[in-house]
Ligand binder design. Structure first.
Ligand code: F6P
Length: 363
């Protein structure tokens, strides 16, 4: 049977374990061996105990957990040729020629480069007598399939990334929790939510939590927003509302590109409206805890589809990423999605927000 290696890379997100479990279980179903590659690319390079064969039991009881039980790491050695040679050797020794990478655009790009380089890596390992001729022949190509784990929902090509729904629920719980104390004391709360480059979490949470105002990187407020914000907040109060909730995405900026921070907004409200105002930075609370049903099922569906995609792959099949399109899990070309995601980032850096939003939409 074929051997599959599954790893998680980059920032963790809730639902990754469910995806890992589904890869293992679908692998079993199709008669494949599946290996956990622990600590991301670092474990692939280090080998030894970092590459462990998965069992039914070891993939049980993990889908309920946030984070990634097989670990994730940033890895500089995989960026060097020596590191990739070592990683390839570790895989070949275990006959692993199928990789499932669960991570963000950087991790997926790394996997794709590895796949493209594979023939020359094989040549080099064989020249250095680090693999046998049989190994070279039986591991002649590497298949790569990706899944996107990120709470930010910042990847082009999928409706939802694994972890976003849970992060939204966590934000909602936090805002609801804060709202009761805010209301008791007639306070305004300015909450910073994650999403360095992407306002999805802040925007959607603001709708779900009845926020009075939201700042997102993609939509810097118009000049004079300070007046508009204060008018809006006091209008809410004059209707009898006892609290104000303002969400600020981490990467929010004004029209000049200056950061709009939660503290800046707080100072403004205190200065102009004299409301008792507090700041809460939700931070990594958003990235932890038990995954929602949606993220568990998303991980399951994507993980199963990833294995099917690997089984269908031929040497000419480009790497794909498993995406959610409406209610369907589909395979989309990995590099096209990565490139589009990077174009969005470029447009954002150039403050061409309309273009960024256009590119993020479905084409
Ligand atoms: O990409 C996920 C994310 O949680 C962002 O929302 C946030 O800006 C960033 O990672 C935080 O990174 P770190 O965990 O390295 O502090």
């Amino acid at each position: 049977g074929k051997a599959i290696g599954v790893f998680t890379s980059g920032g963790d997100s809730q639902g990754m374990n469910s995806a890992v479990r589904a890869v293992v279980r679908m692998g079993f179903y199709l008669g494949c061996k599946t290996f956990y590659i622990k600590e991301g690319y670092q474990g692939m390079v280090d080998g030894n105990d970092n590459i462990v064969e998965a069992t039914w039991a070891s993939s049980s009881g993990i889908m309920q957990l946030g984070g990634t039980v097989i670990g994730s790491a940033r890895c500089s050695s995989f960026r060097t040729l020596d590191g990739r040679l070592q990683a390839a050797q570790n895989l070949i020794e275990r006959n692993i020629t199928n990789l499932v990478c669960i991570g963000g655009d950087g991790s997926l790009t790394g996997a794709n480069i590895f796949r493209q380089e594979w023939p020359s890596i094989l040549e080099e390992l064989s020249k250095r007598n680090r693999i046998t001729e049989e190994q070279k022949a039986s591991c002649s190509h590497l298949n790569v399939v990706g899944m996107v784990g990120s709470i930010d929902n910042d990847f082009c090509g999928t409706d939802m990334t694994i972890g976003t729904d849970t992060a939204l629920h966590r934000i909602m719980e936090c805002v609801d929790t804060i709202s009761t104390t805010a209301s008791s004391h007639q306070r305004a709360f300015v909450l910073e939510v994650m999403g360095r480059h992407c306002g999805y979490l802040a925007l959607v949470a603001s709708l779900a939590c009845e926020a009075d105002w939201v700042f997102i990187p993609e939509w810097p407020p118009e000049e004079g927003w300070e007046d508009t914000l204060c008018k809006k907040l006091s209008a809410e109060r004059s209707t009898g509302q006892r609290l104000n909730v303002i969400l600020v995405a981490e990467g929010a900026i004004d029209r000049q590109g200056n950061p709009i921070t939660a503290n800046k907004v707080k100072d403004l409200i205190i200065d102009r409206l004299k409301y008792d105002t507090r700041v809460t930075v939700l931070g990594h609370v958003q990235r932890g805890g038990s995954p929602t049903a949606f993220d568990r099922i998303l991980g399951c569906r994507m993980g199963a589809e990833a294995v099917l995609a690997l089984m269908d792959a031929t040497p000419d099949t480009p790497a794909c990423v498993i995406s959610l399109d409406g209610n369907q899990t589909v395979r989309v070309p990995l590099m096209e999605c990565v490139q589009k995601t990077q174009q969005v980032q470029k447009a954002m850096d150039e403050r061409n927000f309309e273009e960024a939003v256009r590119l993020r939409g479905k084409s």
